[in-house]
Ligand binder design. Structure first.
Ligand code: SAH
Length: 211
């Protein structure tokens, strides 16, 4: 059920949905998504769907991981990437081979501890994980070429914009009930926002949880 054929079917589906970046498709093909969910759900790991990972959170749908990663790479290979809401660590693992460094933040300690083990097992050496509130960003590691969020704040957090490098891009779901994925590019004349598509993410919450 985690066979090569099941994985190929997922890649096929992502291509049908408009994912065209072959580096992204290749990384999704080779990243063991079944290792990022509980064993009881491993047989569903290559379905194009979000799945529960505990603490009321979900591992992102492969389509949205592919789409956001594609947007992250659109202007060439980014050097420094900050990820907010790393959850299971799946998006983190997909980014790792495609960028210079990944700085990933998660507010729930229990999730972070598990993803730390996965990152170690997969030997992703360019990944740093931090237990913190991503609404504040990670100022001392910035500025970032890309900031990618996997949870939706009501409005774009101002701290994140100040941590974008010139030409950098923030890729983030924004909103409450009606969410949209936006991409903010930091141009010479200030930030420029484009609407990518409507999405459904868990909310970006302030503070941290020790559980
Ligand atoms: N890409 C992850 C998505 C996990 S769901 C995956 O595929 O597993 C989104 C995650 O964002 C949750 O784990 C949630 O705890 C986290 N999150 C929400 N608000 C946050 C914040 N302010 N700072 C850091 N993480 C946050």
């Amino acid at each position: 059920m985690t066979s090569q054929r099941t994985r190929e079917r997922l890649i096929q589906r992502l291509m049908e949905q408009g994912i065209t970046n072959y580096s992204v498709l290749d990384v999704i093909r080779t990243t063991p998504r079944h290792a990022f969910v509980d064993e009881a759900l491993a047989h569903r790991a290559y379905e194009d769907t979000a799945l529960p990972i505990g603490w009321g959170q979900t591992i992102s749908q492969p389509y949205i991981v592919a789409r956001m990663t594609e947007l992250a790479l659109q202007a060439g290979r980014p050097n420094k990437v900050m990820e907010i809401g790393s959850g299971s660590g799946y998006q983190t693992a997909v980014l790792s081979p495609l960028v210079g460094e990944v700085y990933a933040i998660e507010r729930i300690k229990g999730l972070l501890d598990r993803s730390r083990e996965r990152v170690r097992a997969l030997r992703l050496r360019n990944v740093q994980l931090r237990h913190a509130d991503g609404l504040d960003g990670w100022a001392d590691k910035g500025p970032f070429d890309v900031i990618l969020g996997a949870a939706a704040p009501e409005v774009i957090p101002p701290a994140l914009l100040t941590q974008l490098a010139p030409g950098g891009r923030l890729i983030l779901p924004v909103g409450g009930v009606d969410q949209r994925l936006v991409m903010v590019t930091m141009g010479a004349d200030g930030p420029e926002t484009t609407h990518v598509e409507n999405v459904k993410f868990v909310p970006m919450l302030s503070g941290t949880e020790r559980g």
